[in-house]
Design a protein around this ligand. Structure first.
Ligand code: COA
Length: 342
């Protein structure tokens, strides 16, 4: 590295942040399969009970995709709902980014299939894989494209059919997950760089591949012998989830010169109600300021945050100008947070 370049890079962290473009939340949408599977139904074939599942996880039921429903079909439905909520047309969209660990095919990407299903004929489309953190990762990537002026309107979609990668005999994992899709439309808008701006204030991503074996799928589309089953060390994941998500939320607030007192809403990844409650208490938020869907949706992985956001915005619980914290942790391990002013 030349001395000049070294000096330039050394000064980079101290450069003022003055983005003139922000990614604004233009619309949200969700899709859940019709079929609802309750804890009591699971207890008929599994050594478990509604009482155990509710007490240890907060989950009461989950939605399960029908035979013809896939990541593509559910993601397209959620994306249509987000476009409708935003009053946007398919022709406006120039980027489709899908977070999923359960794609219909290795390729084309689910995003490309959804682009076509929606009648979008320009721009770009791709998937990314970061398990349950996928939506935060996809938001970060879409935000970067918007700030770089490579996209003006980006659809960010989380869509998952975990019911197809679960061992339905394993009570320690199969009771935890459900199927569904959520989508947001991000649109370029004006910003000043201040934390009072509307839109995404910042995103913060992390990964630690050394922890890959505490939550993984033991196969892939490319392996004929093993399409893949989810494996998990629940206690270890739980321990890391609370610690890592707390760190990344504090990091997000500090990066924007904000404190816990500035947060209006927590829209967390929905993995376990005990984790969600712990995060809410850390932020000193009353329970009514924490969006909870896990009781009805279970853990829908990359779809859980956009589904929760869509539900809270449709019910007009979250209002314009309010500050929302989102956080997630998933296989990888991956984790991250995002701060969004509505
Ligand atoms: N019904 C009844 N008993 C169950 C059960 C079920 N569905 N699942 C596990 N158990 C049993 C275990 O076998 C264990 O029995 P043992 O003591 O005889 O061995 C007992 O319950 C306690 O297990 P433990 O793992 O300590 O329970 P827990 O309180 O940690 O709860 C999880 C288990 C999986 C709910 C919890 O660890 C968790 O939510 N972890 C995080 C998982 C997660 O979020 N994953 C996705 C991240 S994106």
């Amino acid at each position: 590295m030349t001395d000049d370049l070294g000096a330039l890079l050394a000064s980079a962290p101290t450069l003022p942040r003055t983005p003139s473009v922000r990614s604004l939340l233009a619309g949200t949408g969700g899709y859940l399969p019709e079929r609802v599977l309750t804890n009591d139904e699971l207890a008929r074939t599994l050594d478990t009970s509604d009482a155990w599942i509710v007490e240890r996880t907060g989950i009461r039921q989950r939605h399960i995709a029908g035979p013809h429903e896939t990541a593509c079909s559910m993601g397209a439905a959620a994306a249509r709902a987000a476009l409708g909520a935003a009053g946007a047309a398919p022709a406006d969209i120039d980027a489709v980014i899908v977070a999923t660990s359960t794609p219909d095919q290795a390729f084309p990407a689910v995003a490309a299939r959804i682009q076509h299903a929606l009648g979008i004929q320009r721009g770009f489309a791709f998937d990314l894989s970061a398990a349950c953190s996928g939506f935060i990762y996809a938001l970060a990537v879409a935000d970067a494209f918007i700030r770089l002026r490579q996209a003006r309107h980006a659809l960010v979609i989380g869509t998952e059919v975990y019911s197809r990668i679960l061992d339905w005999q394993d009570r320690a994992t199969c009771v935890l997950f459900g199927d569904g899709a959520g989508a947001v439309l991000l649109s370029a808008g004006p910003g000043t760089g201040a934390s009072t701006d509307r839109g995404l204030l910042s995103t913060h991503l992390h990964a630690d591949g050394a922890l890959g074996d505490i939550l993984y799928v033991d196969g892939a589309v490319g392996r004929r012998d093993r399409p893949g089953t989810l494996m998990m060390n629940g206690r270890e994941v739980f321990r890391h989830a609370v610690a890592r998500m707390a760190e990344t939320v504090d990091e997000a607030l500090a990066d924007n010169g904000l404190t816990h007192a500035d947060v209006d809403w927590l829209v967390p990844h929905q993995a376990n109600l005990r984790i969600i409650d712990a995060m809410g208490r850390r932020l000193h938020l009353p329970p009514e300021r924490v969006v909870v869907t896990i009781d009805r949706h279970a853990n829908t992985s990359a779809a859980s945050i956009p589904l929760a956001l869509a539900e809270a915005l449709a019910g007009q619980r979250i209002r314009p100008g309010q500050l929302v914290v989102m956080e997630a942790l998933g296989g990888g391990l991956t984790w991250g947070s995002a701060l969004l002013r509505i």
